[in-house]
Design a protein around this ligand. Structure first.
Ligand code: ATP
Length: 260
């Protein structure tokens, strides 16, 4: 099911933060949203998750208005991982991950075999098995980030919207997570991630949406959107493009674009 926005404008307080965004995001692909600080990435992801109401325009899932979906149904379809998510309760990791099944469970019902299988898969996908009996409040930032992702994945959403999921991860866990997100997209899930690193985006994303000042600079296949000119327009940055061992072109930032 496609997730789409048309002519989207969103305000936070009195400030218009997103202007006229049009995009059709496709399932089975990884879409990265990139742009300078304050360009509206988190606001766009929160709007796609149905957590912010647009001033104008629409968000649709499979052709239906997201705003018309009942919250539980929306939670089953769209998994949202916020930036800098925190946990205030002294929960065991496995119990926190199990909370991801709530949209699927009847009130007061125990965990079904299906719930347990989904929890196991989420734990395996995020490689947090060794942490399962630890308290969430006693984990490192990167460990906690993987646990919170596992909670979202346990809900087996059709769409995963993750705001800077790599931010607190070491390089190996960053690479692992990007591989796993690609693996989830290969199973048909729609994956949307906010990223800052151009190289990681080129490596992981099928499609890229570049924002600047709340407007779309480019939206399309990663190799097109991460080319020299769109990156100049979005970030004011020059890149050197290098090839990796799998033939992908990776844009490495080398300096600010000089203005005439
Ligand atoms: N509560 C608020 N009221 C008014 N403006 C806000 C509010 N929260 C954020 N903003 C502004 O909205 C704009 C977009 O913020 P947003 O968090 O979506 O940007 P971002 O691209 O995700 O930034 P970053 O890369 O720094 O995380 C910014 O200019 C920010 O200052």
């Amino acid at each position: 099911m496609e997730l789409s926005v048309s002519d989207l404008a969103v305000s936070l307080g009195k400030r218009r933060v997103l202007h006229g965004i049009d995009a059709v995001l496709r399932p089975g692909r990884v879409t990265a949203i990139l742009g300078p600080n304050g360009s509206g990435k988190s606001t766009l992801v929160r709007t796609l998750a149905g957590l912010l109401d647009p001033d104008t325009g629409q968000v649709k899932l499979g052709g239906k208005l997201l705003a018309r979906l009942e919250p539980r149904e929306r939670a089953r379809r769209i998994g949202y991982l916020p930036q800098e998510a925190t946990v205030h309760w002294d929960l065991r990791v496995a119990d926190l991950v199990a909370l991801g099944r709530l949209p699927h469970r009847a009130p007061f019902a125990g965990l079904s075999a299906e719930d347990l299988a989904a929890i196991d898969t989420a734990i395996e996908t995020t490689a947090i098995g060794p942490l399962a009996d630890r308290l969430v409040t006693q984990l490192s930032g990167g460990e906690r980030a993987r646990v919170l992702l596992a909670r979202v994945l346990a809900g087996q959403p059709q769409w995963l919207l993750a705001d800077e999921p790599l931010a607190s991860l070491d390089p190996v866990h960053q690479l692992d997570l990007l591989d796993r997100l690609r693996g989830l997209a290969a199973t048909g899930m729609g994956v949307v991630i906010v990223l800052h690193d151009l190289v990681q985006a080129a490596r992981a994303a099928d499609d890229v949406l570049l924002l600047r000042d709340g407007r779309t600079v480019a939206f399309g296949p990663a190799e097109t959107a991460l080319a020299h000119q769109p990156l100049r327009d979005a970030f004011g940055v020059e890149v050197m493009v290098i090839g990796d061992d799998q033939g992908r072109l990776l844009p490495v930032p080398i300096g600010r674009t000089k203005t005439a």
